[in-house]
Design a protein around this ligand. Structure first.
Ligand SMILES: Nc1nc2c(ncn2[C@@H]2O[C@H](COP(=O)(O)OP(=O)(O)O)[C@@H](O)[C@H]2O)c(=O)[nH]1
Ligand SMILES: [Mg+2]
Ligand SMILES: [Zn+2]
Length: 815
């Protein structure tokens, strides 16, 4: 029988029993014989029922998280002293009435990650005690009435349910401090309002109170697909209601954004450039809850796997990883250049190959889940299992492919009708409708008007206060207060109409009325071959920047040899390019001068030094068989730009680092750690490697170093919610193909108990710490040092509010 540990440590519970991860299927009888127990932790076991728990009548804290409970344990009603109850990550569907009325002291209740769609009415009897309630990741379609009566609630979590509406009462007259609701198809208030926090929600409701409610039907529509597919042609033709022929020279650079209306729907079109050099920045702007129009040139399309992968598969894969539950409408263009039979054949081929991709993804996820379930130690993998289950539950919706000839207006019309039919379907687009106070729409209309007015510069950058005064000049908006104005701006930023980085100090008072301008700014530093650009800077411009031809040669030399650009060089370069693009007047504002840092530098705040050189392999000195090494495996693959961003982030934490194409060497306290990428279909991983510590006590440091990098990898992978990642340690026997699965590594707990691990394939035994961080780790990821230089290099990332833009390697830009 499992032995239980009775601790008399400093704890608010006198008698505390911890029986986590013991593979328990029943409660140990001995446990039930000690009614003095006040705290019982049974998380990560295999319990389906807990008969006899009522004997522990003194329990104040009961943790049954991560078990296999499907029927709510009714005996809990006897635990009248309960203050904390955790039943998260089980499979509970129903909680019967008449249990909570016996729990008048309950303060903290976790029910997240179950199958609940309702809560019992008598939960309301806990109203004077309950402060924390987590009901996230369930099946709620409405906030239960009893929750509205919990007037003492301070923290409430309802994210990832099916809520359409949040009642106003939820936010009034209670000390609510923390509230999370993302991942719901919310209309009232819309998710973009909820994301602004409790204050903004309250203000939203008070605005709604005084006026006629308006329903806003808005769809962000993203046009994706290879270059010259016809994306811009479709966008422009739909918008102008006639065929607009886009010449090949007019290629889209970066992203073009436009808004237009069909019936009572507002479409915000995002037309993405198809050229490879922009893929890395695209992911920032590919956001969930949008309609994706995947445009495929039927003239180019051929019935073979390579062409499919290039024109379709690449995009489907990236959508899987980045926005796994979006809706995709494939559109085949250039049908005028194909026979009718060809069109039919290509359509069938594409649809069946996409289906096969969906099938493959499903099969892969099922395989990963089965692996975890059949593991002898499945209790160590509960979190990974949960995440996989979540991924399994959301998948791309692929609509039927529409073949069109973009040069025929009837076909454009046909496409318009199809798009409208789909967005009106609430099953596929529950998010289209947003309930808004009229003032939101009025401010939006005013802004659109300002953007279009003559006086507004092409780049549409405006001071916050100036914008407010422009808006309040309008008669019906003369009473608009600063706070409400900012709430609305925040909302417009979230729906993607404008950009306002209120959290970046240097930019808090600047509104970018044309989001595409920012992309243009970035292009300046990524699009061109920089060496050539540096060489092209004219003497006049150099003189204007108080530089000499010798300085210029020096910049070129440093950039060639070290991939580095000093601030003066960058200034001259930006000036050179802004001037040649006719944007002379924004130069000072973007680049600034000695005394005042320009906005571009704020945008590039997080650029870091990364030298690309041969030195990595020299310094590392090759792999040794004794090295500690682990791999993070990715499925379906490592997303475009992932590794570069990992390097930039990792390098910002460790001042000593060297970067090469697919490797990166970091040094911390004299100890090297190598990061290596291998992105092959079916075998995509990032490997971490360090020398085996000489002394046992040094393992702690080495694993902490690994964990810091793993933490960064994890954080980054959150930006691709459909990306599956798992950690494995290859067997240490030379030639043995086996790998050891890593358990969930959450918080600071190390769950592995065994000292020795045995390989199931070769039968060799290893000390656990050679494969896993056996020692408890309390190391946090170090804070990055404040950026001291503004160097642009061939690698770089800069943070844009909550997401990042990455400047990729120059070599792929030279196309
Ligand atoms: N014949 C024909 N030409 C098309 C069709 N769709 C687009 N084009 C042409 O293909 C070229 C590329 O189109 P564009 O919209 O710029 O492609 P994008 O790169 O995907 O934005 C333009 O010259 C268009 O006029 C089509 O259905 N038939
Ligand atoms: Mg285009
Ligand atoms: Zn082995």
């Amino acid at each position: 029988m499992a032995q239980h540990r009775v601790c008399q440590e400093q704890d608010d519970c006198a008698r505390k029993v911890t029986l986590s991860t013991m593979r328990l299927r029943v409660l140990p009888p001995a446990l039930l014989q000690d009614p003095r127990v006040e705290s019982l932790n049974l998380d990560r076991n295999k319990l389906k029922h807990v008969p006899g728990i009522s004997k522990l009548g003194n329990l104040r804290k009961l943790i049954l998280s991560k078990n296999e409970i499907a029927d709510f344990p009714e005996e809990i009603q006897s635990l009248v002293h309960l203050e904390k109850l955790e039943l998260n990550q089980n499979q509970i569907r129903v909680i019967p009435e008449g249990i909570f009325s016996y729990l008048p002291r309950l303060k903290h209740l976790r029910l997240n990650n179950n199958r609940l769609s309702a809560l019992p009415k008598d939960l309301a009897t806990c109203s004077s005690s309950l402060q924390y309630l987590n009901m996230s990741n369930n099946l709620f379609r409405a906030v239960p009435q009893s929750v509205l009566e919990l007037v003492s609630l301070q923290e409430l979590y309802v994210q990832n349910n099916s809520l359409r509406q949040l009642p106003r009462e939820l936010f009034e007259g209670r000390p609510l401090k923390m509230f999370k609701a993302h991942g719901n198809p919310l209309r009232e208030p819309p998710s973009e309002v909820c994301a602004g926090g409790i204050q903004q929600i309250l203000s939203y409701f008070s605005q709604l109170q005084n006026c006629q409610v308006e329903e806003d039907r808005r769809v962000k529509t993203m046009f994706l697909g290879a270059s010259l597919a016809g994306k811009s042609t479709i966008c422009k033709s739909l918008k102008q209601r006639q065929v607009v022929l886009v010449s090949e020279e007019e290629r889209t650079v970066g992203i073009e954004i436009s808004e237009f209306h069909i019936q009572d729907f507002t479409f915000l079109f995002w037309d993405f450039a198809g050229q490879l050099e922009y893929y890395v920045t695209h992911h920032v702007f590919i956001t969930p809850q949008a309609l994706v129009i995947l445009v495929i040139n039927f003239q180019k399309y051929q019935l073979n796997n390579d062409i499919f992968r290039e024109l379709v598969g690449f995009w489907i894969n990236n959508l899987f990883m980045r926005v796994p539950n979006s809706v995709v409408l494939p559109v085949g263009t250039h049908t005028d250049c194909c026979t009718e039979e060809e069109v039919e054949e290509k359509k069938r081929d594409i649809m069946s190959k996409i289906q096969a991709m969906l099938e493959e993804r499903r099969a892969n996820l099922t395989h990963f889940i089965n692996n975890l379930e059949s593991s002898e130690e499945s209790e160590f993998y509960v979190d990974q299992w949960d995440r996989l289950k979540e991924m399994q539950s959301c998948t791309l919706t692929i609509l039927n492919l529409v073949p069109i000839n973009c040069t025929d207006y009837w076909d454009i019309k046909k496409l318009e009708t199809t798009i409208l039919e789909h967005v009106k379907n609430e099953e596929i687009f529950p998010n289209v409708i947003r309930v808004l106070p009229p003032v939101y729409k009025e401010v939006e209309a005013a802004i659109v008007d300002i953007v279009q007015s003559e006086e507004t510069a092409e780049y549409g950058m405006m001071d916050l206060n100036h914008l407010l005064s422009e808006i309040t000049h309008r008669e019906h908006l003369s009473h608009l207060g600063t706070e409400l104005f900012q709430d609305i701006l925040r909302y417009l930023h979230r729906i993607g109409l404008i950009i306002w980085y209120e959290e970046i100090k240097q930019l808090e008072s600047t509104v970018f009325l044309r989001p595409a301008f920012l992309i243009t700014m970035f292009k300046i530093l990524v699009r061109y071959h920089l060496v050539q650009q540096l060489e092209n800077i004219s003497v006049d411009l150099l003189v204007g920047e108080h530089a000499t031809i010798r300085d210029q040669s020096n910049w070129v030399w440093t950039f060639k040899s070290k991939a580095m650009l000093c601030q003066r060089a960058m200034r001259a370069l930006v000036k050179h390019q802004l001037y040649s693009e006719g944007m002379r007047d924004v130069f000072e504002e973007m680049v600034g001068h000695k005394a005042k840092k320009g906005k571009l530098f704020s945008l590039l705040e997080h650029f870091e030094i990364c030298l690309e050189s041969e030195e990595v392999s020299e310094r590392w000195g090759g792999d040794h068989p004794e090295d500690l090494h682990i791999r993070a495996y990715f499925s379906p693959e490592i997303p475009e730009g992932f590794f570069q961003r990992l390097m930039v982030k990792a390098c910002s934490f460790y001042s000593a680092h060297w970067v090469a194409k697919v490797t990166c060497l970091l040094i911390c306290s004299g100890k090297p750690l190598l990061i290596k990428e291998n992105n092959q279909k079916g075998y995509s991983y990032i490997e971490l490697r360090s020398r085996k510590p000489v002394q046992r006590r040094e393992f702690r440091f080495t694993w902490d170093f690994f964990m810091a990098i793993i933490f960064i990898i994890r954080k980054l992978s959150e930006e691709w919610p459909g990306l599956h990642m798992c950690m494995k340690a290859p067997c240490r026997t030379a030639g043995c193909p086996a790998e050891f699965f890593w358990p969930d590594v959450d918080d600071k707990n190390t769950v592995m108990k065994e000292e020795i691990k045995t390989c199931g394939t070769c039968g060799h035994r290893f000390q656990t710490e050679l494969l896993l961080p056996k020692v408890p780790s309390d190391m946090e990821v170090p804070q990055p040092p404040p950026p001291a230089h503004y160097y642009v290099t061939s690698y770089g990332t800069t943070t844009f509010g909550p997401s990042s833009i990455h400047i990729n390697r120059q070599s792929i830009l030279d196309k």
